[in-house]
Design a protein around this ligand. Sequence first.
Ligand code: PEP
Length: 256
Amino acid sequence: MGRKPFIAGNWKMHKTVAEAVELAQGLRRSLAGITEMELAVCPTATALHAVSEALKGSNVGVGAQNMYWEEQGAFTGELSPLMVKDLCRYVIIGHSERRAYFGETDETVNRKIKAALAHGLSPIVCIGESLEQNRAGETVDFVGEQIRGAFADISAEDARKLTLAYEPIWAIGTGLTATPEEADRIIRTAIRDVLASLYGAATAEAIRMQYGGSVKPHNMAAFIVMPEIDGALVGGASLKVDSFTAIVRNALEALP
Ligand code: PEP
């Protein structure tokens, strides 16, 4: 079976509960009836419950932006997999902002992935290189290492449950994007080929890959038509009903 396209919005640290519910209700209406593509939004923790209620029974899923790996305990400020699972199905793990500002490493990302899978959550795992690494020609090696770290001790059966988001850090929130051809090449050589070496070709081909980094309505189609790219993780343009809807609709139109 082919990989079902998947577009998710990362609302980052934006929106009060009321604002988040308003956005969710708008998306529920504007995206109603779309079944060819999996859709999700990831609000802040404070809005997770209300947004989950607002989207209950709709075709738009909900995810958390982060999660700790322990089920409970003295971990002030953290959310456990049990708490996340109570409210939603997806969880973003290892976003570059978490890696850069909150000390996340390939090892903590791996622990979080294992905890998410153990609790039946669907992780969206972010990887991607910095501008310096890109300029130094280190992208394939660096992203390949991130993949090996993220997937350490994860079975092939579990690996298939992950969605990967290739997000070049220099393209996030900057208005710059990788070219679709370059993103496709990196996903093939740094991600899917590494997964094939770990799990074999069939498993590698089954894992969905999103592109992330300044995806907007005008550039979505060019990414989704690339053979390796199955959707997008969208930051800034997911904060408005119109722009997120246009991204989804433009992707749908471009699909074969
Ligand atoms: C992101 O937050 O993962 C992201 C890709 O942000 P933006 O679309 O704003 O670049």
